[in-house]
Design a protein around this ligand. Structure first.
Ligand SMILES: Nc1ncnc2c1ncn2[C@@H]1O[C@H](COP(=O)(O)OP(=O)(O)O)[C@@H](O)[C@H]1O
Ligand SMILES: [Mg+2]
Length: 265
């Protein structure tokens, strides 16, 4: 199982939407996919129509089981739901309330990586959506991931968010390499909500490239264009491929999926 996470410290950059399209695209390619919603806003859970009802298990229960040194398997089995675009380990706002008790113990950054271990043979891909802020949850996601994709809206706010991530990425890298003993790679920076004709956007891409050079990565040579179809499709609980296969944004996400399939061969 290859684990991919979409990260960005600011909200509204297109992480959750990109996670949904990635799951849908990988399912279309015949892969076994698990989505993990690490954002207590539960946007991905809601896109996938996998709302956690009162009393049901969710991501938090799996992380707590690992934290207690219990076998996470029975909780995973209870929590994972089947959806149109693969399985999902859903979340709810319980994640914020109870997550606060974890504090900054370094070992807690390993909880997700350990939780996903028993699923290694069950899925080809695990795609993680993360919250748009700093803290333990995005670090947990990075520590668990084979591939990290930084999602950014090439505007001043997206750029500022990206520059804020430096320390967090450095910490995650140390933990993954020194404790998990696996590679740490930011595969690329994905510009989203892109308007190709805008010179303003092109300038921002240059700043992003400078950031990428410092982090041993690159701005992808492709981007996701802005389109109203995307917002409409998620409102209907559909991937852009099922909503309007011929639109620009569907073609852009096709390119991203082919790239992911290629780098994970
Ligand atoms: N390429 C795009 N074109 C138009 N709207 C987009 C695009 N990508 C995302 N959006 C919209 O922007 C908003 C934020 O996207 P979302 O994926 O929830 O961001 P994040 O998860 O980073 O907070 C949503 O309303 C979504 O529909
Ligand atoms: Mg989101």
């Amino acid at each position: 199982m290859k684990i991919i996470s979409y990260i960005q410290t600011g909200g509204g950059n297109g992480k959750s939407v990109s996670t949904l399209q990635t799951c849908a695209g990988l399912i279309k390619a015949g892969k076994r996919v698990l989505a993990v919603d690490m954002d207590d806003k539960a946007t991905l859970t809601s896109f996938l129509r996998a709302h956690v009802k009162k009393g049901e298990s969710e991501l938090l229960d799996v992380l707590l089981a690992v934290g207690r040194d219990d076998d996470p398997k029975p909780v995973l089995e209870k929590a994972i739901k089947q959806t149109k675009y693969g399985d999902v380990l859903p979340t709810s706002d319980r994640l914020t309330n109870e997550g606060a008790i974890w504090g900054s113990d370094m070992l807690n950054t390993l909880l997700l990586q350990k939780a996903l271990e028993p699923l290694q043979k069950q899925y080809d891909y695990c795609v993680i959506d993360t919250p748009g802020r700093q803290g333990l949850l995005p670090t947990m996601a990075m520590v668990a991931s084979d591939i990290i994709i930084v999602v950014v809206k090439p505007e001043a706010s997206g750029l500022a968010d990206t520059y804020k991530m430096e320390k967090q990425i450095a910490n995650a890298k140390i933990i993954r390499e020194q404790i998990v003993k696996k590679d740490f790679k930011i595969d690329g920076i994905l510009p989203t909500m892109y308007v190709p004709r805008s010179t303003h956007y092109k300038e921002h891409l240059e700043y992003l490239q400078a950031w990428a050079d410092k982090h041993d990565t690159a701005v992808y040579p492709f981007y996701i264009r802005r389109s109203m179809d995307l917002s409409k499709s998620v409102d209907k609980g559909l991937s852009i491929f099922d909503y309007k296969k011929s639109c620009n944004t569907a073609q852009d996400y096709e390119v991203l999926i082919s790239h992911i399939l290629d780098v994970t061969k």
